[in-house]
Design a protein around this ligand. Sequence first.
Ligand code: GLN
Length: 275
Amino acid sequence: MKVAEALASSGLSIAEARLLLANATGWPRTTLIAHPERELSGSEVRNFAAIAARRKAGEPIAYLLGEREFYGLGLAVSPSVLIPRPETELLVDLGIERIPSHASVRVLDLGTGSGAVALAIKHARPQSQVCAVEASAAALEVARANATRLGFAIEFIEGRWFEPLAARRFELIVGNPPYVAQGDPHLAEGDLRFEPREALVAGADGLDAIREIARAAPAHLDPGGWIFLEHGIGQDAAVRALLAEAGLDSARSWPDLSGIARVTGARLTNLGGTS
Ligand code: GLN
């Protein structure tokens, strides 16, 4: 079978079919585009058919390819981790804005998953000391492998939110915790069906994890330090209220590229006073 026939008969969009055929053959996509007449071997055809069938059954393309790009970094992903999403780049942007270029700022990433946020911050601010906490051992393995492959020194710690950190304080805390409500119909659609539930779902209103994090945050921030949390559509006012109730100041929310309030931040009062 020729490349063009395999792509056309796959039942997938041409873009996805090419990505999966490149994966099944080991040929670069540019080769597939330039040489539609190339003959595929029997095993290449079979590999492609198998992976295309999984895609048609709904498996996320990122899991089938085992990778996803985030903030310009190629990250390995597996079904143990949430697939990094473009809207999470806002969380990274807000964090990076708070870190002066050559400062050695202590940063904490809560629930790092694939390591996406921690790695993107370390990439943009190599002098920062980034600590990343994750409750899932399987996810932490993915994050560690990503850091090793990219050559970034990150301190990884297994545990739930702040629990493994004792009394440690940070100048900046970021996190993309689970924030989908139990029973939300989106959980039965698209990629979400295949992603780890514990990375997505947080109680009846989706705010259980953020509630827990907000309560403990003041004890882990330096005076003047900021925390930024990603959340879902329509949760921004509730998250601002939770951060304020916890005793943090200046709570405000920022919109993602679709105009949806997606990240909310607040800071611990700087008793010394100026910033
Ligand atoms: N943004 C994800 C979604 O609803 C949820 C990610 C999360 O819970 N942190 O698709």
